[in-house]
Write a protein that binds this ligand. Structure first.
Ligand SMILES: *[C@@H]1O[C@H](CO)[C@@H](O)[C@H](O)[C@H]1NC(C)=O
Ligand SMILES: *[C@@H]1O[C@H](CO)[C@@H](O)[C@H](O)[C@H]1NC(C)=O
Ligand SMILES: *[C@@H]1O[C@H](CO)[C@@H](O)[C@H](O)[C@H]1NC(C)=O
Ligand SMILES: *[C@@H]1O[C@H](CO)[C@@H](O)[C@H](O)[C@H]1NC(C)=O
Ligand SMILES: *[C@@H]1O[C@H](CO)[C@@H](O)[C@H](O)[C@H]1NC(C)=O
Ligand SMILES: *[C@@H]1O[C@H](CO)[C@@H](O)[C@H](O)[C@H]1NC(C)=O
Ligand SMILES: *[C@@H]1O[C@H](CO)[C@@H](O)[C@H](O)[C@H]1NC(C)=O
Length: 374
């Protein structure tokens, strides 16, 4: 009892000390976020991770508590403004916690039983994994790692006493929309060929923190995305059990073209062909149609290309009949409407093929997504 009073007094003293930074928080070092607690409790939670917790961000508006692996002492540059938040460094040498001078490993928490503190295993350390929950924090004992809302993982990752059951770098989160898993996205502008980006083995934007998914996986074009978004699922094509592949074009956030292919038994390129069509937004894009071009690479000559090209016939620009292409042409190449020296998504807005010169329209985003058999 006397000890309890003494500890409370010490904690109160600490929590109101001058080292508190009002209106501030430490960004990027949170390993656990807790809800519904007072400031004292938040400080005490931090103190029960001796070895790991060096500070807290306490939010008095939402009564939430973030435990951090670092503090203003070592990372002053990571302290940012946030209304209602208080950043509180917790000194591990103050010897004022319920755990005395007990030091636990980063995977342990100090628990006091019969007034004796000891370290107990609570979970596994996680590396930073793009779009995963608990990113760079602790995966609690017996829990499986989850992706953030709107993303899905293809494999599971669990924490046991022996640690993570798989190599955590293999755990990846993929953007999911209406049960389709996004594997590729391009937007109009620039000069990068969608075909070459699509087949560029090794590119793995699902793990690349420099690629901002908010913009680069969106169905609307954004100047803040400056790259073709590509996942490494494309490299593993044959082993994913891909049942269907969807190609969609969007104009100002509205879907204007939708093609679905049978992915069974295909490779990186062969899925995009007449024999694989399951459905399309054009009634005459069928496996028994005649095509001048229907392939991923399409028509490529110096200074021009048409990737993801579905074309009925060539007859000189005024007579070309077509459905779609990702097109690039320099002045003097291809047809007049293509000579912008930037990539454009041209498509036929009608329900059957169009005259290229007179009926084409321009979309701004293209996505390729897959469904896999479970
Ligand atoms: C912390 O307190 C414990 C007793 O609670 C004591 O044994 C230990 O020496 C103290 N450590 C420091 C660094 O003051
Ligand atoms: C985990 O996988 C990565 C690459 O995928 C590799 O570099 C690393 O050595 C692996 N770690 C272990 C412990 O196997
Ligand atoms: C991509 O890599 C896979 C295996 O790593 C290989 O089978 C395939 O031929 C490669 N594709 C290209 C276009 O290099
Ligand atoms: C694009 O969509 C936005 C919102 O849906 C709309 O306000 C805007 O007028 C549209 N722009 C064009 C060019 O259609
Ligand atoms: C997809 O292709 C596979 C292999 O050719 C075939 O067995 C299957 O019936 C096709 N699925 C559909 C829905 O047509
Ligand atoms: C092509 O297939 C469609 C339906 O799959 C059918 O209605 C049409 O008659 C076929 N056309 C030819 C020329 O065989
Ligand atoms: C195709 O669409 C264009 C414009 O959207 C329209 O002017 C034209 O009449 C349509 N052609 C056919 C054959 O439906």
């Amino acid at each position: 009892m006397i000890l309890g009073l003494f500890l409370s007094a010490v904690l109160l003293g600490l929590a109101s000390s001058s080292s508190e930074l009002y209106g501030k928080y430490l960004s990027g070092f949170t390993f656990a976020s807790l809800d519904k607690m007072g400031k004292q409790m938040c400080v005490r939670e931090c103190q029960s991770y001796p070895g790991r917790c060096k500070s807290v961000n306490y939010d008095r508006v939402h009564l939430s508590c973030e435990l951090n692996t670092d503090s203003v002492t070592d990372k002053p540059e990571a302290v940012l403004d946030r209304e209602g938040s208080t950043h509180i460094p917790i000194s591990i040498f103050a010897n004022n916690s319920v755990c005395g001078d007990l030091q636990c490993s980063t995977q342990e928490k100090c628990v006091v039983k019969k007034s004796r503190p000891s370290c107990v295993f609570i979970g596994c350390d996680l590396p930073r994994i793009k779009n995963a929950e608990d990113n760079g924090g602790i995966l609690m004992y017996r829990k499986t790692l989850q992706c953030k809302t709107g993303y899905r993982a293809l494999a599971s990752l669990m924490c046991s006493e022996r640690g993570l059951d798989k190599n955590a770098t293999e755990f990846r989160c993929y953007k999911e929309v209406d049960q389709w898993t996004l594997i590729y996205r391009g937007q109009s502008g620039g000069t990068d060929s969608d075909y070459l980006s699509f087949i560029s083995n090794g590119t793995s934007d699902e793990t690349n923190e420099n690629v901002n998914d908010e913009y680069c996986t969106s169905i609307t074009k954004s100047p803040l995305c400056t790259t073709n978004y590509r996942t490494s699922l494309i490299d593993r094509w044959g082993s994913l059990g891909i049942s269907q592949v969807q190609v969609a074009l969007y104009k100002n956030g509205t879907k204007v073209v939708d093609l679905v292919f049978n992915g069974t038994g295909t490779n990186q390129e062969s899925w995009f062909s007449p024999s694989q069509i399951l459905s399309s937004s054009w009634s005459d894009v069928l496996s028994n149609q005649t095509y001048r071009y229907f392939d991923l690479e399409g028509h490529v000559t110096p200074g021009q290309w048409r990737n993801f090209q579905i074309w009925k016939s060539y007859g000189g620009c005024p007579n070309d009949l077509f459905w779609m292409a990702s097109s690039y042409a320099e002045p003097g190449k291809a047809c007049a409407q293509e000579q912008t020296s930037t990539k454009q998504y041209i498509y036929c807005p009608n329900t059957t093929h169009c005259n290229f010169e007179q009926e084409y329209e321009i979309a701004d985003v293209m996505t390729v997504s897959i469904k896999m058999s479970e």
